[in-house]
Design a protein around this ligand. Structure first.
Ligand code: GDP
Ligand code: MG
Length: 183
């Protein structure tokens, strides 16, 4: 489907506990857009689910253009507070934890389960994101155990920092490529 000069539209959600850094990661990505289109930093709001989203156009490797619709779960992070309609048509999700917050890592399986339980036949593509990688001295989740979790759930793992702007584009590019391959 053609969307504003784009060949595809991908609806992607950022999921994970409150305060892991989802909004910061999203804003870093949207604000850092290399100008296919000026980023719009005022979120759009889907009134039916009350969830904010941002859009960014992206050129895929083969020249196809995709519009990413990036859904933030602002204030809806309490488990099971997100309505099923939120997950409808969602093609991908970043499952975000904070590398300095053990509990947020342990909740990743719950977030994954929640999406899997509410999905239709078209399964979403996931990426595990260990965020706040700049805080190495207080980290309490190792890259190795995060890798192991990602492998057991069948997804890739990327460590990011919005503060250092580390791997932010890589995280979204990795997920977008995986979605494209799953089409
Ligand atoms: P959300 O609730 O998951 O959307 O998290 P926020 O984006 O609101 O961030 C929660 C807190 O973590 C804020 O104080 C942010 O400044 C902080 N934060 C977000 N990203 C990073 C990061 O990459 N590194 C560090 N050190 N702090 C971050
Ligand atoms: Mg937020």
């Amino acid at each position: 489907m053609e969307v504003e000069g784009c060949h595809f539209q991908f609806r992607i959600a950022l999921l994970g506990d409150a305060a892991v850094g989802k909004t910061s990661l999203l804003l870093r990505y949207v604000a850092g857009a290399p100008g296919i289109r000026e980023p719009e930093l005022e979120p759009e709001v889907a009134p039916t689910v009350g969830v904010e989203f941002y859009s960014r156009a992206l050129q895929l490797r083969d020249g196809l253009r995709v519009k990413l619709q990036l859904w933030d779960t602002a204030g809806h992070e309490r488990f099971r507070c997100i309505t099923r309609s939120f997950y409808r048509h969602m093609v991908g999700a970043l499952l975000v934890f904070d590398v300095t917050n053990r509990e947020s890592f342990e909740h990743i399986r719950d977030w994954h389960q929640e999406v899997m339980a509410t999905q239709g036949p078209d399964k979403a593509v996931f990426l595990l994101v260990g965020h706040k990688s700049d805080l190495q001295s207080s980290r309490c989740v190792s890259a190795q155990e995060a890798e192991e979790l990602a492998t057991s759930l069948g997804m890739a793992f990327v460590e990011t920092s919005a503060r250092n702007n580390s791997n932010v584009d890589l995280a979204f590019d990795t997920l977008t490529s995986a979605i494209q391959q799953a089409l």
